[in-house]
Design a binder for this molecule. Structure first.
Ligand SMILES: Cc1cc2nc3c(=O)[nH]c(=O)nc-3n(C[C@H](O)[C@H](O)[C@H](O)COP(=O)(O)OP(=O)(O)OC[C@H]3O[C@@H](n4cnc5c(N)ncnc54)[C@H](O)[C@@H]3O)c2cc1C
Length: 383
């Protein structure tokens, strides 16, 4: 296939790739989006994610910068979804955190970590302890089951598959050249694809590992169930020293129960142990989950860097300017709008003004520590 010369070739049509493609196309760039698998996103971690947008809840295990990126991204999602051609389930009704009486130490640790990491004004405005009556008001299905909990207002979630599909429809309608089933591509594939690109944006997630050896996979397993007998309105997290879980309700009485986190890039099917842990924990949240039907047992690996933070790298490969965005780890949906916006700003500056413009982009960025690569650092590159 021969495509016209384009401004940006994007590798990988998972979450980051689709978001970058739409931003750049809407900024007037000609864009080709090249994906090894099909348009449904099955090759992407994004296809199985719970897609919770929960920066305060995640601050219990994250750095401050990730929390800030998550807080900046929720309104960006809302604005983006309004412009998409097909509906996307998006909700901002908060997160409920509960625990069984014997696990109250987990709650103390969770709350103190959130207070230590998240911005104080957000904690003040959004984070509060709730008693059994308030839990019953928030989630009538849990009435009488938990005496204490934490409620984090303003947190959101969306339907991952609806958003991937809505982005695909938007991309195709807005003139992005989408190349599906391209197989594994890298910069050396451009001539074979009949492509001349002004810049490559590498959004291959874990598939970029050969070019970014520090990347590692963090295996995550989730169960998708159909449970019309339970009615939860918002994501519920249950704290536990060994099996902390979340249950995220999706449209149609579907729930995503997750997630394991294993230091492994093993993509083999879910283990019996993990299935038992996830399903037992859901059953202990509410016994009616025992009557749910299991729709899917899913496994994917989260693309993760050593510090568990996202990065944007700019470098030349075979004389082609390449911007790589990766390391979205367990927060891709939560932070991708902010991170991809930053990556697109780098790409635009490089296309418009050359590598010499990049240090200024980094210097004026909100999270400068996210940027790296020879094109930012080397005098030679900037000459
Ligand atoms: C179990 C689980 C639960 C999660 N839950 C949440 C959550 O609740 N909230 C949240 O914010 N995040 C969550 N995440 C994290 C989120 O899914 C990831 O951070 C995000 O999907 C990473 O986006 P990405 O675009 O970098 O990679 P991906 O979404 O994995 O996309 C990479 C794409 O590149 C393609 N590709 C790879 N190699 C090549 C190649 N050589 N050539 C062409 N194409 C290639 C792949 O096929 C894929 O389509 C979860 C992840 C997992 C695994």
């Amino acid at each position: 296939m021969t495509l016209p010369d384009i401004d940006v070739a994007i590798f990988g049509a998972g979450l980051a790739g689709r978001l970058c493609a739409l931003q750049l196309a809407r900024a007037g760039r000609t864009v080709a989006l090249i994906e090894r698998d099909g348009p449904d996103g099955r090759g992407a971690a994004a296809h199985i994610a719970a897609a919770m947008l929960a920066p305060l809840a995640e601050s219990a295990i994250s750095e401050r910068s990730v929390v800030e990126m998550g807080m900046a991204s929720v309104p960006l999602w809302r604005a983006l979804i309004d412009t998409l051609p097909t509906p996307v389930f998006f909700q901002q009704d908060g997160t409920l955190v509960v625990w069984h009486a014997g696990d109250r130490n987990e709650a103390t640790m969770f709350a103190s970590r959130v207070r230590a990491v998240a911005p104080a004004d957000a904690v003040q405005a959004q984070f509060r302890a709730v008693d059994g009556d308030t839990i019953a008001e928030l989630e009538p299905a849990l009435a009488g089951r938990f005496r204490q909990g934490l409620f984090i207002g303003g947190e959101g979630q969306l339907d991952n598959r609806m958003v991937l599909d809505a982005l695909r429809v938007a991309l195709e309608a807005e003139g992005v050249h989408c190349v599906w089933h391209a197989g594994e591509v890298d910069v050396s594939s451009l001539p074979g694809l009949g492509l001349e690109a002004g810049l490559v944006l590498d959004c291959r997630g874990l598939g970029a590992r050969r070019d970014w050896p520090a990347l590692r996979g963090l295996r995550g397993e989730v169960v998708r169930i159909h449970a019309p007998g339970v009615r939860l309105h918002r994501p519920v997290r249950m704290l536990h020293p060994r099996y902390p879980i979340y249950i995220a309700p999706k449209p149609g009485d579907v729930y995503v129960i997750g997630a394991t986190e294993l230091e492994s890039d093993d993509m083999s099917p879910m283990s019996v142990r993990s299935a038992l842990e996830l399903l037992s924990a859901a059953h202990s949240l509410h016994p009616a989950f025992g009557e749910a039907r299991i729709l899917e047992l899913n496994v994917q690996c989260r693309p993760t860097l050593p510090h568990n933070l996202p990065e944007i790298i700019a470098e030349h490969v075979r004389d082609v300017p390449v911007v790589r965005v990766n390391g979205l780890y367990r927060h891709g949906f939560m932070i991708a709008p902010a991170v991809t916006q930053a990556a697109c700003t780098v790409a635009q500056a490089w296309l418009d003004d050359g590598a010499g413009a990049l240090p200024a982009v980094r210097a004026s960025a909100r999270w400068p520590e996210m940027y790296g690569g020879t094109a930012f650092d080397s005098q030679l590159e900037n000459a």
